[in-house]
Design a protein around this ligand. Structure first.
Ligand SMILES: Nc1nc2c(c(=O)[nH]1)N[C@H]1C(S)=C(S)[C@@H](COP(=O)(O)OP(=O)(O)OC[C@H]3O[C@@H](n4cnc5c(N)ncnc54)[C@H](O)[C@@H]3O)O[C@H]1N2
Ligand code: MOO
Ligand SMILES: [Mg+2]
Length: 410
């Protein structure tokens, strides 16, 4: 059995990020939030585009006002008014100023802005009641970004701030990586769809729904292949189709040691290389990860059937794999935060144990509260309304209330 961290390393090593050749699409800027930028973006514009005022006030020559005070104000002639959006017409000469507003172009000759709060306007003149600093309140051309240098690198997540930058650089369309395609199917003779009536021994295929939601949340596209019976022929057909039509395949169930657990056997018959068969974690011990030598074949994740095991193994291993595959250049790994546990938690200390619960903000500090109810990996009911997984490492049997614990926000 591999440790969780070795398993993560093996998986991330198997993932080939999408190649920018042939795996991109052009999107309208407004549709690009949450997508991954595929090509570097460069602008021919400086930011700011020209020297401009950061404040409402007066554009002046520093040398004219450097000794100004309330007692001995410099008195300047106002020669122009410059609102934002206008090209100034005059050059400010000695003893002159321009009325100027935030974001307006600085006029020639002026090098400093005096905010209107420290001035006294007298019709066509202004008194400067305090000496500014040289170049104060001027935003200089190219101070934020210089034309021709890289504005945004490829492989970054496009969040609202990047959308704003791309808009300012007049990128109405952006090249992003296509969404990874993830095939999902559930195995089990006991499974029915949400709208079928339940006979004895049957349960609803909730894993398919959970996985579809998780895949979408991870920024990928779900290719739903439904329920497959515990039947080698049907399974082989579905797996062969899935690996040829997706970047990643996720099945749930059929990976343990039962007589009807066929997934590993079928993968072997399809000449898969099985990299992982079991992980020292709870829940999620029987986990199968396989790859194929055939070109463009998907990476295969055979998740255990128990609903809690599906959620935990997806979040711990599949989500980072999807993120790496999607073209993100950094930050695919899961991020744990250190918080205090409110309650006592136990583990046998043999497998890395994941406990679902809630992060609560108490006086600005997060605390972890284990979910009430059964923590059987077959229980999906108390998974609802949780937002975090706490980790009890191998070798630790007890987390006492108030102890620090690593938590994976979900
Ligand atoms: N003798 C042993 N038995 C088991 C072991 C073991 O080491 N030795 N491991 C246990 C652990 S841990 C897990 S986890 C499960 C994994 O089993 P499988 O991956 O083979 O999954 P199934 O047997 O098909 O199903 C397990 C469980 O989950 C329910 N299930 C399955 N699919 C769905 C679905 N789509 N939606 C909702 N629920 C589903 C299924 O009905 C079973 O109750 O094996 C243990 N056994
Ligand atoms: O590994 Mo299993 O997922 O504990 O039920
Ligand atoms: Mg089984």
């Amino acid at each position: 059995m591999l440790s969780v961290s070795d398993t993560e390393a093996v998986i991330l090593n198997l993932v080939q990020p999408l190649d920018a050749q042939g795996n991109t699409e052009n999107l309208d800027l407004l549709a690009a939030t949450g997508r991954i930028l595929a090509t570097p973006v460069t602008s021919q514009l400086d930011f700011p585009h020209w020297d401009n005022s950061a404040m409402d006030g007066y554009a002046v020559r520093y040398e004219d006002v450097q000794h100004s005070s309330a007692e001995q104000p410099a008195v300047l002639d106002i020669v122009e008014e410059i609102p934002a959006g206008y090209q100034p017409q005059s050059t400010i000469l000695q003893g002159q100023a321009a009325r100027i507003f935030t974001g307006a172009i600085m006029p020639q000759g002026a090098d400093t802005v005096v905010i209107q709060e420290v001035t006294n306007r007298q019709d066509k003149q202004v008194e400067i009641l305090a000496a500014p600093k040289p170049q104060e309140f001027v935003r200089h051309k190219g101070e934020f970004y210089q034309a021709g240098t890289q504005l945004l690198p490829p492989g970054i997540l496009i969040n609202p701030a990047e959308i704003a930058v791309l808009a300012a650089a007049q990128c109405a369309q952006v090249s992003v990586y296509r969404r990874p395609r993830v095939a999902i199917f559930s195995t089990g003779d006991e499974l029915v769809t949400v709208n079928q009536s339940l006979e004895a021994g049957q349960i609803v295929d909730s894993n398919g729904y959970a996985l579809a939601a998780l895949v979408k949340q991870a920024g990928a596209e779900a290719l739903m292949l439904g329920i497959v019976k515990d039947d080698p022929v049907a399974l082989e057909k579905t797996i062969a189709y899935a690996i040829a039509n997706a970047d990643i395949v996720i099945s749930s169930g059929g990976v343990s040691v039962g007589d009807y657990d066929y997934v590993d056997k079928i993968l072997e018959s399809l000449e898969a290389e099985i990299h992982i068969r079991a992980v020292a974690m709870r829940p999620g011990k029987p986990l199968t990860v396989a790859s194929f030598s055939t070109q463009n074949s998907a990476l295969y994740f055979g998740l255990p059937g128990n609903p809690a095991a599906v959620l935990v193994t997806f979040l711990r291993f599949v989500q980072p794999a999807i993120k790496k595959l999607s073209g993100l250049s950094v930050g695919w790994q899961v991020k744990f935060v250190k918080v205090r546990s409110q309650f006592l938690m136990r583990s046998d200390g043999k497998r890395e144990t994941y406990v679902w619960g809630q992060l609560h903000l108490i006086d600005g500090i997060y605390q972890f509260r284990k979910a009430g109810g059964s923590h059987s990996s077959g229980n999906l009911i108390n998974l609802a309304q949780t937002n975090a997984l706490a980790v009890i490492p191998v070798g630790t049997n007890l987390i006492s209330p108030g102890d620090e614990v690593l938590v994976l926000p979900t």
